[in-house]
Design a protein around this ligand. Sequence first.
Ligand SMILES: [Fe+2]
Length: 334
Amino acid sequence: MIEAKVIKNESTLLVVEDDPAMLIALRDILEGAGYAVQTAVNGAEALNHLANSRPSLILSDIAMPVMDGFQLLEKVRSRPAGATIPFIFLTARGTREDIFTGKSLGVDDYITKPVTSKELLSAVQARLQRADDFTMIAQLMAAKDSLRVLANAIENKRYHVERVNSYAQALAIELKWDEKRRDALEFGAILHDIGQVRVPEAILLKAGPLTEDEWVEMRKHPVEGARMIEGIPYLAIAIPIVLHHHERWDGKGYPHGLKGDEIPEEARLLSVADTFDAMTSDRAYRKALDKETAKVEIINHSNEQFDPRMVKAFIACWERGEFHEIYEKGTSKQ
Ligand SMILES: [Fe+2]
């Protein structure tokens, strides 16, 4: 089961410091900010704590008796459970050699004494946030494959999801979207029609035009899909796409009739990819259009159904042969 994002103020921090007054001051600042704090007066004592628990972050002095901060860091990093714990040195020493030694052992950050409570808290929060982001990315990577299987099964249109994602990624690259954005787009592409699971199969697979009542049912799938994923934190990034992929640039789409820039950009992009794939795929009620005809349809509906910028990106990808390539790969697998 994938856990929800860690709430920072429930994080436990391990503070390692041999100066008793400093240790108390650090503990008070961190506890005052809502963190749970474990303390140790040298590296050896810190290792005892680590045998029984995994703190969210370690904040350690360098110069300490028995076992110094460098030795502690080396031991923490050599254990599988300690390899990813954020580790910050808090030290009066800030020489280049210290920094070099710490970096080579895998320290994440340095804070040089004297430190204000504001500096301390912002360094701790920044490190915890980065660790959360890292965990989230790992969860997202693990989740993608299972979601794909689920989406493909539900859609009853094998490979549709894969092709829509491939078309969408080509458009996003043309628009110079960064990796984070393209990742969110991939989730949206995988899940965009997930709400069709709530549409009766008799409607989804009907071998003829839908009646007005059946269209009412069909048009519920974006809202149903968004509801299905709204309680899952790591899927929140896909909601704008799932909810708005049938909106139209001219405001005549659904579910909300949003117009132009009111429609999330991700959804405007996916709409082109999804429509191109829908037109070039066989459906229960009609045969596929050839890809040249589908291309002309997309261009003809620029500024009506589609954002002209997205159509421009589509034309650029088309002229480089990218849509042909994805289409050819996908047509034997409809
Ligand atoms: Fe849809």
